[in-house]
Design a protein. Structure first.
Length: 338
C-alpha cells in the first residue's frame, strides 16, 4: 500500500480510546512483515489487558525512534478521499502520521539505513497509558520524534494539561417540594461559574492558558431534585501548575469535591537547523515519556484545527512531505550521535 492507501486502511479501523486493540494488531502484522524483509524485530508490549504498544527495531540499539499514538477521540467515522485530502477520524490525529512514519521507515531501510525504531502507543487521548508504560521500559533510543499534527513544522514548545473532576452532592426530594431537598446541579453550576472567572496565566512563548468544561452530568429525572452532579474540566498549562491549582481550590472553596485526574507539564522543545518552526497549544505524550526514549522532537502532517472535529482531514501533499521530513530527521539525528 502507498501512504494514501495505508492512511485510509488505518482510519477505517475504529480505535476510539480504549478500543485500540485492532489497530495495534494491524500494525504489528504490518511491522512483522517489514521486519522479516529487513532483518528487524517487531513485538507487542502489553500495557493492560487487551491493550498493547507496538514496537519495531531495525539494526542495533535504535538511535532514533519514530513514535505516535494509535487511539482517537470519538466518534469514529470512515475514510474518504478527494484529489487533495483524506478525511475520516484520525486522518491527521494520527493515522496519517503513522502511515507517513511507516513509509519513511521502509524507504530508509531500502536505502540501507538501520539503527532506528518505531513505537506506536495506546491511550494518548485519555491518560497517556502507553507512553507511561514505555517510559518504564526504554530501549536505549537517544532521540524521539513524536508525531502530532503540526503542519509539518517543528514544534519548539507545547502546552501542558491539567484535568479535573468536580463532583457536587445534594439531597433528593420531590420536585414539587424543592425545599425538602438540595440540588447538586445548582451547586455544581455555582462552582463552575466561579471556575470560569479564574484569571489563568499567560506565557510569553506558549501564550494563554485555557480552560474547557468538557462534560457535565447529573440528576435522576426531571421531577427529582438531583442528589449528584459532575463535571470534567481540562486546562491547558503554559507554566508551572502551582498557581493554577491554587486558583482552582479557591474557586471551588469546599462547595464540591475537586479531584485532579491528570497533570502534564508545559514543554520547551529543541529545534533543528533548516526546519520551519511553530508553537503548539495542545498536549502530547512527550512528557509521559520522561526522557526515557531520548531527546524529544514534535512534528507531523495535518492541522490541529481540524483534529477532534467531524471535518478531520490530512492534506495528501503534507503526507508526502512528511515522509521526506521524517527520513531527513532520522538521518540528521543519527549523525548527531557521531
Amino acid at each position: 500500500m502507498n501512504v494514501f492507501e495505508l492512511t485510509r486502511a488505518l482510519i477505517d479501523i475504529e480505535s476510539v480510546t480504549p478500543n485500540d486493540g485492532n489497530v495495534a494488531e494491524f500494525l504489528y502484522r504490518h511491522l512483522t512483515a517489514v521486519a522479516a524483509r529487513f532483518h528487524g524485530h517487531a513485538e507487542k508490549i502489553q500495557v493492560e489487558p487487551g491493550r498493547f504498544n507496538v514496537f519495531a527495531q531495525f539494526g542495533n540499539t535504535p538511535v532514533v525512534t519514530l513514535s505516535t499514538h494509535m487511539d482517537t477521540v470519538p466518534p469514529h467515522f470512515p475514510s474518504a478521499d478527494t484529489e487533495d485530502r483524506i478525511t475520516g477520524r484520525g486522518a491527521c490525529d494520527t493515522k496519517g502520521i503513522i502511515a507517513a512514519m511507516l513509509q519513511a521507515a521502509e524507504q530508509l531501510l531500502e536505502s540501507g539505513e538501520t539503527d532506528f525504531g518505531l513505537l506506536f502507543v495506546v491511550g494518548e487521548e485519555r491518560n497517556s497509558a502507553g507512553a507511561i508504560h514505555a517510559a518504564q521500559h526504554p530501549r536505549g533510543s537517544r532521540y524521539l520524534i513524536n508525531g502530532e499534527p503540526t503542519e509539518n513544522k517543528l514544534a519548539l514548545g507545547s502546552k501542558g494539561a491539567l484535568r479535573y473532576e468536580v463532583t457536587a452532592h445534594g439531597r433528593m426530594a420531590h420536585s414539587a417540594y424543592p425545599e425538602l431537598g438540595e440540588s447538586a446541579i445548582e451547586k455544581l453550576l455555582d462552582v463552575l461559574e466561579s471556575i470560569r472567572a479564574i484569571q489563568l496565566p499567560v506565557d510569553e512563548v506558549l501564550g494563554r492558558s485555557t480552560l474547557n468544561i468538557g462534560t457535565i452530568s447529573g440528576g435522576r429525572a426531571p421531577n427529582v431534585i438531583p442528589d449528584q452532579a459532575r463535571a470534567e474540566i481540562f486546562i491547558r498549562l503554559v507554566n508551572d501548575s502551582a498557581s493554577t491549582r491554587a486558583m482552582m481550590e479557591k474557586a471551588v472553596d469546599g462547595r464540591a469535591d475537586l479531584h485532579q485526574v491528570l497533570e502534564i507539564p508545559a514543554l520547551r522543545l529543541g529545534g533543528l537547523p533548516g526546519f520551519e518552526t511553530a508553537i503548539m497549544a495542545y498536549t502530547t505524550d512527550i512528557p509521559a515519556f520522561q526522557g526515557a526514549w531520548g531527546k524529544p522532537f514534535l512534528l507531523g502532517p495535518g492541522s490541529i484545527h481540524v483534529a477532534h472535529t467531524l471535518h478531520e482531514f490530512v492534506p495528501k501533499k503534507e503526507l508526502l512531505e512528511a515522509i521526506e521530513i521524517y527520513k531527513r530527521m532520522v538521518r540528521l539525528l543519527k549523525n548527531e550521535k557521531n
